[in-house]
Design a protein around this ligand. Structure first.
Ligand code: MRU
Length: 374
């Protein structure tokens, strides 16, 4: 587990290895063939690692970004005033947030850290005090994420158990990668699968390939095999047949941004899975930390969907391998889609499961308000 100031202990599922003045990111583009870490020396390295998918997954992106600035800070020499320090940090955070647009976790972290450094600067007498406050807050984000994910896993497993006809034999389909690799550890939707398995209730996990970048076949399959969880890989296009065959009791996915009404942006293909689940009468759940909720947007229509390079479709291994499509074809490659709240059965968070009231809609704002009360 990565600790803020302590000794690094590397395991093959640890995407972020951090200690003061050293940040290494597991190069997820090379998995499952090779386990290689990339040194991140400053925010430019952090920005590039996020854009180039060395690190991916909404929570991991946020943590890696803010820690890349922690590394830059730990190497700074003398800085003039507390306000200069706050301006420097604000400018670097504004830069980092431009790396990828859809996941809200990074902009949520950036907003919180900007507020913190402004507040500390208004009373501090030395720049170092502002930097120290930044380092502690950024490091806390790394440390808090695993506890958050374990809570999501535990709420999700209890909820699934309660809502199954045979609570001892739950088969779950998931999409993309939402596990240890996409977070500081354990994972969100994959964390729920881990928790169901730990409780002896999992019959089988199914993971999609998740084309074009293959987060499912390369990363989720890797995690499932690593943890010896009974699991089967399917082509994205096999999901309908799998459901029709009665082999899945629930679908659970992660989120990059959840709007105030529950509309959820997640990896491209999530929307199709939700429609298929509805057709087959299978519950469809989203598992995400409250940092993935964006109450500033009323619906998913306002979510900016990242479009990625055509190379991800034209070449194998999400653009990293040999050419597999006809030269000259035009390509549309949205990295995410928005699943409407109407087809989502529940949203599993670290504070409990958000379900629909009698109005058949989510009241996420009230849930968040209740959750933030001491
Ligand atoms: O493009 P990616 O790999 O960053 O997309 C990741 C996803 O869509 C995940 O499902 C989401 O970020 C949740 S990760 C806990």
């Amino acid at each position: 587990m990565a600790t803020a100031n302590g000794v690094e202990q590397v395991n093959s599922l640890q995407s972020i290895c951090y200690k003061r003045s050293s940040l290494k990111l597991l190069d997820q583009r090379k998995l499952p063939i090779e386990t290689a870490y990339v040194d991140i020396l400053d925010t430019k390295d952090g920005w590039n690692a996020i854009r180039d998918m060395v690190v991916r997954g909404a929570p991991a992106i946020a943590i890696a970004a803010v820690l890349s600035l922690a590394i830059e800070v730990s190497k700074l020499g003398h800085y003039n005033t507390p306000n200069d320090a706050a301006s420097f940090l604000t400018e670097r955070l504004d830069y980092l947030v431009t790396s990828r647009p859809t996941a809200v976790n990074l902009s949520d972290a950036v907003t919180k850290l900007k507020e913190l450094v402004q507040k500390v600067a208004s009373t501090a007498s030395e720049a170092q005090t502002v930097f120290e406050a930044y380092l502690e807050a950024a490091e806390a984000m790394l440390e808090d994420d695993i506890a958050t994910n374990k809570a999501i896993g535990s709420f999700g497993a209890s909820f699934l158990q309660k809502h199954q006809t045979d609570p001892k034999k739950i088969s779950i389909l998931t999409h993309c990668n939402t596990g240890s690799l996409a977070t500081a550890g354990y994972g969100t939707a994959l964390g729920v699968i881990r928790a169901v398995h730990e409780q002896g209730l999992l019959e089988r996990a199914y993971c999609t390939e998740t084309r074009p970048f293959n987060q499912g076949s390369r990363l989720t399959a890797f995690e499932l095999v690593h943890d010896k969880i009974p699991a089967t890989l399917i082509a994205d296009s096999a999901a309908a047949a799998l459901m029709k065959a009665g082999r899945v009791n629930a679908v659970i996915v992660g989120a990059d941004r959840v709007a105030a009404n529950g509309d959820t942006a997640n990896k491209i293909g999530t929307y199709s899975l939700a429609l298929l689940a509805m057709h087959h009468g299978i519950p469809f759940y989203v598992a995400a930390p409250l940092t993935s909720v964006d109450l500033s947007i009323s619906s998913g229509q306002e979510i900016v969907i990242e479009e990625r390079s055509e190379r991800e479709l034209l070449n194998a291994r999400g653009g990293m391998g040999e050419q597999v499509a006809a030269s000259g074809i035009s390509v549309w490659n949205p990295a995410f889609d928005v699943t409407p709240a109407t087809v989502i059965s529940g949203i599993v968070t670290e504070k409990g499961v958000i379900t629909k009231g009698s109005s058949d809609s989510f009241d996420i704002k009230s849930f968040v308000q209740r959750a933030s009360q001491p």
